[in-house]
Design a protein around this ligand. Structure first.
Ligand SMILES: NC(=O)c1ccc[n+]([C@@H]2O[C@H](COP(=O)([O-])OP(=O)(O)OC[C@H]3O[C@@H](n4cnc5c(N)ncnc54)[C@H](OP(=O)(O)O)[C@@H]3O)[C@@H](O)[C@H]2O)c1
Length: 259
């Protein structure tokens, strides 16, 4: 009897920002859970590193797009729409720009708003009919930067607070149909700091590893979705943010981030 290739019926998950720190870890942990992955990024060599670190690279596909560009984003969405088995969406791509708002160029700062806030909203809206039909899930990778204004990283905090509010609101709208996790980590040693242009420093005492952050986000998904501040260090930081009066928090963060 001739051997026939069985069609791959495993549920598909789209992961944006797969070439970076959290992205590589999401790819690994999602593959372990048995998903086929659509890996998204811009940097081909780093995307291929993520792909080849997986157990079955041939099962997954890579798509490339700059999510800050309307045309590229729309073309990317159209390609993903061709997967009727899409079951999960991880809106992970993002970056921040460090420095005084007036002194940094406007284009990258607009890029932060477009990549970290506009793109997840746009991508999710387009893919929701499929995710709803498949009773799937969404993980929005936000940040504790979205919990208070950040002098010298103002557009990043603006984008992430918008993302958190939108993600939490839609989580309730989609309850019982699509599980939504709003993942809000604090600092973690990934490529994020270098990309932001922040000068080298000792790094925050609250840093946690990508592995733990992703594990906690996926556990929250297993609980049916929800707002997730991962790990004890980030929970402590979140608690401090909540009890510190805004006037004082602004001054402290300005001093810490001005450098
Ligand atoms: N690390 C932290 O301290 C921290 C804390 C809280 C939240 N976060 C959030 O976690 C997410 C992942 O960041 P990370 O820490 O893993 O940083 P990272 O290592 O710098 O990875 C960022 C990822 O986002 C992608 N990306 C950035 N701009 C893009 C654009 N315009 N279009 C398409 N893709 C773009 C990058 O793709 P290419 O490299 O291929 O361009 C890369 O895959 C981000 O949303 C970030 O805001 C990070």
């Amino acid at each position: 009897m001739p051997k026939t290739d069985k069609p791959d019926t495993r549920p598909v998950v789209l992961l944006t920002g797969a070439s970076g720190g959290f992205g590589g870890e999401f790819a690994r942990q999602l593959e372990e859970r048995g998903y086929r992955l659509i890996l998204h990024g811009r940097d081909k060599p780093r995307m291929l590193m993520t792909l080849h670190n997986l157990k079955a690279p041939k099962s997954h596909v890579c798509l490339y797009a700059d999510l800050a560009l309307d045309d590229a984003r729309e073309a990317f969405i159209e390609k993903v729409k061709q997967y009727p088995g899409l079951y999960g969406l991880v809106n992970n791509a993002g970056f921040g720009v460090w420095g005084a708002f007036e002194q940094r160029e406007i284009k990258p700062q607009m890029g932060v708003l477009l990549t970290d806030l506009v793109a997840p909203v746009d991508i999710t809206h387009a893919l929701l009919p499929t995710l709803r039909r498949n009773r799937g899930f969404i993980i929005n990778v936000s940040s504790l930067a979205g919990e208070s204004p950040l002098p010298y990283m103002s557009t990043y905090a603006a984008a992430k607070s918008g993302l958190t509010y939108w993600s939490e609101a839609t989580r309730l709208e989609l309850e019982k149909e699509v599980r939504v996790v709003t993942l809000s980590p604090g600092p973690s040693p990934t490529g994020f700091r270098d990309v932001s242009g922040m000068p080298d420093g000792p790094g925050s005492r609250f840093r946690s590893r990508a592995r733990l952050i992703v594990e906690e986000g996926l556990k929250q998904l297993d609980r049916g979705g929800g707002f997730c501040v991962p790990g004890n260090r980030h929970k402590l930081l979140y608690y401090i943010q909540k009890i510190t009066p805004r006037r004082l928090a602004l001054r402290l963060m300005a001093r810490y981030l001005r450098r």
